[in-house]
Structures are given as structure tokens and as C-alpha cells.
Design a protein around this ligand. Structure first.
Ligand SMILES: O=P(O)(O)O[C@@H]1C[C@H](O)[C@@H](CO)O1
Ligand SMILES: Nc1nc2[nH]cnc2c(=O)[nH]1
Length: 288
């Protein structure tokens, strides 16, 4: 790690407080719900009434989103009689940020007052029974990055940020999952809603056939390049979490039928599902 990054990491708590103080000066009310929008899912923020926009670049110590289709701004506003804060886009590990930095927005939202966080992302399906356009409610994860030494909470050594060791077997809140499933029933979309296990890889390469087959053997249903580290940090700072993914492509499990995956097609699937996803999030927020 460069000396600049290590001093930034050592001062993470203070930096989060500075970002919180900056945003408190720009936001009139305390948000209670946070939402992180994945690739192609930025339109979730359009559901907020009387929105205020703040670009990530303006917020001290915030990591800046670098991927196309990630607007890179905070949107705050009313959502179903709640005051919500939405991250319209995120920074990824493959953008060159360490995971403790990618996840600063989670800590900042907690510092502002949210209690519940909805984390979304785009994923490739590893479970061959899934289909493009499905919504996957995450009930567990395989933290490949953490298992191999790249956890967003390693080396923080600051009790003010959270405990040194963390249980994540209960990370995916059962009540929130129940609310999400009930919302799917009310919307009549249970045929496209799945429940399963997610893994996050560093990217930015989409997986090869051999990699997808390995992930299938490891028992995951979908693979993405985000979400899991944010869930870990959200639990580290005591938030109640719901995580769901949009299946934007099938993982390639077979050399013969192998298809190229592009970021443009990922965004396109998100755009095509945007109305359903917006109603899904609105319904969930109404019932938490
Ligand atoms: O922000 P998410 O994780 O949804 O972004 C996904 C993963 C890669 O950054 C990109 C691939 O298309 O979209
Ligand atoms: N790792 C990974 N991330 C994705 N995000 C959207 N599709 C994919 C995929 O196939 N693999």
C-alpha cells in the first residue's frame, strides 16, 4: 500500500466524520434508509421526491465512481414517507480503490442516521436455472476476496469503526427478506424473483468458462464485482441489510454456447428492468 493510502486508512474514522459533517450541512433531514444503485440501476434514485443532488467529488474523502452508467452522485429525498439517501453509482475495487475506501459511503450513510440499507448490483448468473432479468434476493455470500485476504475490514484496528472480528452468518436480515418477498407477491413478480448466494470477485474481467464452473462447484448462484464488501461493512457498523441483484447475463458454463458479455449489455438489461426495480424498492421501503 502507498504511504498516502495507509495514512488515509489510519484516519478512516475521522475522514468518515468529515464527510458526515459536510453532508449534514447540505441535507435538511436525517435519512433513515439508504440505497446503493448498481450498474444500470441508477433510476432507483428517480423515485425520490424533492431530490437534492450532491456529486461524489464534492464530498470529502468520498471515492468517485468511474464506471459508465454510474452517475456518481448522492440523491436525498422522500420515499414513501421516509427520508432516503441514495448512492447513484459506486466505486469498485477494479476502479483501483482498496475495499475499505470503496465502502466509505456505507459508513457515511450510517453516520448520517440510516438504520436500513438496500444494496443492489448487476450480476452474472451461475445457477443455470436463472434467467436474464431475474431479481436475486441474496441470503448468503461467498466472500472470495475476504477468504483470500482482501476484506474491507481488515487492518482497520479502530473500535470506533466496528469490531476486529465479525460474524456475518446473519448478515442478510430475515425480516427484510420477508418484506422483499411479500413485495414481490404484491407486485405479481414472484416468477422473476429468486433467493440465493452471491459472490464478489475483483474483476474487471468477466469470468471464463472454467471460472464459472469453479464458482458453480463452490455453490454460488451469481457473481458480481461489488455488493458483498458493502454488506460486510454495513454489518460492521451495525446496519440492517437487504441485498438484491439484477441478473444481467448468464455466466458462461459451456465453451460451445459461450457468449461475450459487455458492460453496455449489462446497463441495457438494467434499463429494461428499471420500472419493475423501482416499484420493488418503493414497496420494500414502504414496509420496513
Ligand atoms: O456496480 P455493479 O457491481 O452493479 O457493476 C457491475 C460490475 C462491473 O463494475 C460492471 C460490469 O458490467 O457492472
Ligand atoms: N463478475 C461479474 N460481474 C458482473 N456484473 C454483471 N455481470 C457480471 C458477470 O458476469 N460477472
Amino acid at each position: 500500500m502507498c504511504s498516502h493510502c495507509s495514512s488515509e486508512k489510519q484516519n478512516l474514522y475521522e475522514h468518515v466524520q468529515e464527510a458526515v459533517a459536510f453532508l449534514k450541512n447540505n441535507i435538511s433531514k436525517v435519512p433513515t434508509v439508504g440505497i446503493i444503485c448498481g450498474s444500470g440501476l441508477g433510476s432507483i434514485a428517480d423515485t425520490l421526491i424533492n431530490p437534492i443532488f450532491i456529486r461524489y467529488e464534492e464530498v470529502p474523502h468520498f471515492p468517485v465512481a468511474k464506471v459508465d452508467g454510474h452517475e456518481g452522485r448522492i440523491v436525498v429525498g422522500e420515499l414513501n414517507r421516509r427520508f432516503a439517501i441514495c448512492m447513484q453509482g459506486r466505486a469498485h475495487y477494479h476502479d483501483g480503490y482498496p475495499l475499505w475506501k470503496c465502502t466509505i459511503p456505507v459508513r457515511v450513510m450510517q453516520g448520517l442516521g440510516i438504520t436500513h440499507l438496500i444494496i443492489t448490483n448487476a450480476v452474472g448468473a451461475i445457477n443455470p436455472n436463472y434467467e436474464v432479468g431475474d431479481i436475486l434476493i441474496v441470503k448468503d455470500h461467498l466472500d472470495l476476496m475476504g477468504l483470500t485476504g482482501t476484506s474491507p475490514i481488515s487492518g482497520l484496528d479502530d473500535d470506533r469503526l466496528g469490531p476486529k472480528f465479525l460474524t456475518v452468518t446473519d448478515a442478510y436480515d430475515k425480516e427484510m427478506i420477508k418484506v422483499a418477498k411479500l413485495t414481490a407477491e404484491k407486485l405479481g413478480i414472484t416468477d422473476i424473483v429468486r433467493e440465493g448466494a452471491l459472490t464478489c470477485v475483483g474483476g474487471p474481467c468477466f469470468e471464463t468458462v472454467t471460472e464459472c464452473r469453479m464458482l458453480r462447484l463452490l455453490g454460488v448462484d451469481a457473481v458480481g464485482m461489488s455488493n458483498v464488501p458493502e454488506v460486510i461493512v454495513a454489518r460492521h457498523c451495525g446496519l440492517t441489510v437487504l441485498s438484491f441483484c439484477l441478473v444481467t447475463n448468464m455466466g458462461n458454463l459451456d465453451h460451445e454456447s459461450c457468449e461475450a458479455i459487455s458492460h453496455a449489455s449489462v446497463i441495457d438489461v438494467g434499463a429494461r428492468r428499471s420500472e419493475v426495480i423501482k416499484k420493488f424498492v418503493e414497496g420494500i421501503v414502504q414496509n420496513i
